[in-house]
Design a protein around this ligand. Structure first.
Ligand SMILES: [Zn+2]
Length: 139
């Protein structure tokens, strides 16, 4: 009975080898008809491309995180919070916002402290999955 294998171009082809002598593999690489061989190819492609797509996604996310961390460091710095650097921000799950107070300790709303930069701060912390406190401590 005629068998089909997948040739080196990756397409189904009629196998002309004598039993057990095919360079394209043994029984598990041979199919009863062209359709079955094609199905095998499709499944394999799907599996590989699925993996590829998920790797690309992970790489893109890493690149995006690096850019966001850089932006977040700048926003913090511009508002007087210069004690975080990029490597710190890659690890934290929550921002601690404190400033030196000249007199008694008090707290202010983060929104008021950051003013126009607040929206950007909120967006960046959300994308980086870092919790943003509602208030800044002065003490
Ligand atoms: Zn063959």
């Amino acid at each position: 009975m005629a068998k089909f294998h997948i040739n080196k171009k990756g397409v189904p082809a009629l196998c002309r080898a004598k039993d057990g002598n095919c360079p394209f593999g043994g029984g598990e690489k041979h199919f009863d008809n062209k359709e079955q061989a094609q199905k095998f190819i499709d499944k394999r492609n799907e599996k590989e491309h699925g993996l590829l797509a998920s790797n690309i996604f992970t790489e893109e996310k890493k690149k995006k995180d690096i850019i966001n961390i850089r932006k977040l460091t700048k926003v913090l710095e511009n508002n007087g919070f210069d004690y975080y650097d990029e490597s710190d921000l890659a690890d934290v799950s929550e921002l601690e916002l404190t400033q030196k107070a000249s007199g008694d300790g008090y707290e202010s709303y983060t929104m008021d402290v950051f003013g126009d930069d607040y929206d950007e701060l909120k967006r960046l912390t959300e994308e980086l999955n870092i919790r943003l406190p509602d208030t800044v401590w002065y003490d």
